[in-house]
Design a protein around this ligand. Structure first.
Ligand SMILES: *[C@@H]1O[C@H](CO)[C@@H](O)[C@H](O)[C@H]1NC(C)=O
Ligand SMILES: *[C@@H]1O[C@H](CO)[C@@H](O)[C@H](O)[C@H]1NC(C)=O
Ligand SMILES: *[C@@H]1O[C@H](CO)[C@@H](O)[C@H](O)[C@H]1NC(C)=O
Ligand SMILES: *[C@@H]1O[C@H](CO)[C@@H](O)[C@H](O)[C@H]1NC(C)=O
Length: 460
């Protein structure tokens, strides 16, 4: 593993000043209440500036104090920031934005949108906001959480993407590119270089209980953060320095995300220190009058005229959650809401939220609950059937993949999905599953890499 090579570097970095920006000279752990307020102020500085200068464009341009469309012209930053508002406790603004989005966002427009980015940011943001809307005091309709205006918007956006999505699956499966891409994303790189996007890895390690390794990997990344006051997009490990043309830090969340998960698991104050360093250096380097600007070069702190929507969707959210141990997102199941729907009783808000790739939390219990709406599930199954019939000739991939039905409780054994047992599976559904309401079956690690319920296993 290339990460191991960072250990000698860690020794070198130990000689550098460690606690730049620490609030007290006594070396005590950062005060969570203080940093909660700092993170909130950071959010509102950026959010208010977006509303004032950039809405309805996708993103704020913080150096010129205006806006531009980047991912399809859907007021992306507003959609992406919506659930963060609730996590920060701002229900009135959440309610206002829900109204604004329903009035202003139109998916029936001719734009070239990225399938991947639109899916994680727009569809994910709307789904998450839909599931959180009752908690935010929005008046919900009778069928909620299985129906509602934001869910319908998410569905409309998703339907626009589906044809391209299927095409992409077809292409990537055929040419093995997708598989290769998954491997790269997992960090199995062939060069001694790390990419900042991989810094989410310790968080995943901690989720599967591999705490010691997760902490070691995290500390390696943290030494690089301390070296630059941010994580460069690429880093050459033997040289201990940035890679040409990849010296920037666009305020990405991955290392902070890892710190949040690891802090939940260990309570180690070193993780709060990363949070403190992140707040201090982002404010020092990237804060400008109209928001927070992408750091173009960590060596000289030059800025770019861009504030990516993931800054408010992810970076600020994970920072706040790191410093807010009693946030509803961290619920351990000790409280929950019982919601009566036309489809039966749903137990919601008990915790176990799954964050999508853009940090939009999804309550898995809602998926379980709305599973009773079978018709929509059948449509996805039909897509799966199409996918399988395309793949049937590719024995290599059949060997390397396992499957589970989309929207099925993942822990249910023996539900291998294929066209052959499709009808049988459909018949089985009316029989009530005896899954205890509060249990949230944990996903196998490999389904983190699932695509429409299809899991790609790493065979290397
Ligand atoms: C909620 O957000 C709005 C818009 O930024 C702001 O004016 C308001 O003060 C916020 N309310 C709370 C309780 O933070
Ligand atoms: C989308 O991309 C295609 C191909 O590059 C181009 O011909 C078309 O004009 C673009 N449409 C819009 C709305 O930008
Ligand atoms: C899939 O491949 C076809 C033919 O090779 C190409 O024309 C098409 O643009 C590709 N689609 C995607 C989504 O990559
Ligand atoms: C769950 O959370 C509650 C409230 O924060 C706390 O009192 C309780 O001790 C926690 N239970 C476990 C098993 O961690």
């Amino acid at each position: 593993m290339p990460f191991r090579l960072l250990i000698p570097l860690g020794l070198l970095c130990a000689l550098l000043p460690q606690h730049h920006g620490a609030p007290g000279p006594d070396g005590s752990a950062p005060d969570p209440a203080h940093y909660r307020e700092r993170v909130k102020a950071m959010f509102y500085h950026a959010y208010d500036s977006y509303l004032e200068n950039a809405f309805p464009f996708d993103e704020l341009r913080p150096l010129t104090c205006d806006g531009h469309d980047t991912w399809g012209s859907f007021s992306l930053t507003l959609i992406d920031a919506l659930d963060t508002l609730l996590i920060l406790g701002n229900v009135s603004e959440f309610q206002r934005v829900v109204e604004v989005l329903q009035d202003s966002v139109d998916f029936d427009i001719d734009v070239n949108a990225s399938v991947f980015e639109t899916n994680i940011r727009v569809v994910g943001g709307l789904l998450s906001a839909h599931l959180l809307s009752k908690k935010a005091g929005v008046e919900v309709e009778a069928g909620w959480p299985c129906s509602g205006p934001l869910l319908r918007m998410a569905e409309e956006a998703a339907r626009k993407l589906l044809p391209e999505y299927n095409k992409a699956i077809r292409n990537y499966t055929r040419f093995d590119d997708w598989y290769l891409w998954v491997q790269m994303y997992k960090g199995t790189v062939s060069m001694p270089v790390f990419q900042s996007l991989e810094a989410y890895w310790p968080g995943l390690q901690s989720l599967i209980g591999d705490i010691d390794n997760a902490m070691r990997t995290f500390l390696n990344y943290y030494t690089v953060w301390k070296q630059f006051g941010g994580l460069p997009e690429f880093y050459n490990i033997p040289q201990g320095y940035t890679v040409e043309k990849r010296e920037g830090y666009p305020l990405r969340p991955e290392l902070i995300e890892s710190a949040m998960y690891l802090y939940r698991a260990t309570g180690d104050p070193t993780l709060l220190e990363l949070g403190r360093d992140a707040v201090e250096s982002i404010e020092k380097i990237s804060k400008v009058e109209c928001g927070f600007a992408t750091i173009k070069d960590l060596r000289d702190h030059k800025l770019d005229n861009r504030m990516e929507s993931f800054f408010l969707a992810e970076t600020v959210k994970y920072l706040y959650l790191l410093f807010d141990p009693t946030n509803f997102i961290h619920n351990n199941g000790s409280t929950f809401d019982a919601v009566i729907t036309p489809y039966g009783e749903c137990i919601l808000g008990a915790g176990g939220y799954i964050f999508n790739t853009e940090a939009h939390p999804i309550d898995p219990a809602a998926l379980h609950c709305c599973q009773r709406l079978k018709e929509e599930q059948w449509e996805v199954e039909d897509l799966m059937r199409e996918f399988y019939s395309l793949k049937r000739s590719r024995s290599k991939f059949q060997k390397n993949t396992v499957s589970s039905g989309p929207w099925e409780p993942p822990a249910r054994p023996g539900t291998l999905f294929s066209p052959e047992n499709h009808d049988q599976a459909r018949e089985r559904k009316p029989a009530k599953q005896k899954v205890p309401l509060l249990s949230c079956p944990s996903q196998p690690f490999t389904s983190k890499l699932a695509l429409l319920g299809q899991v790609f296993l790493d065979s290397s």
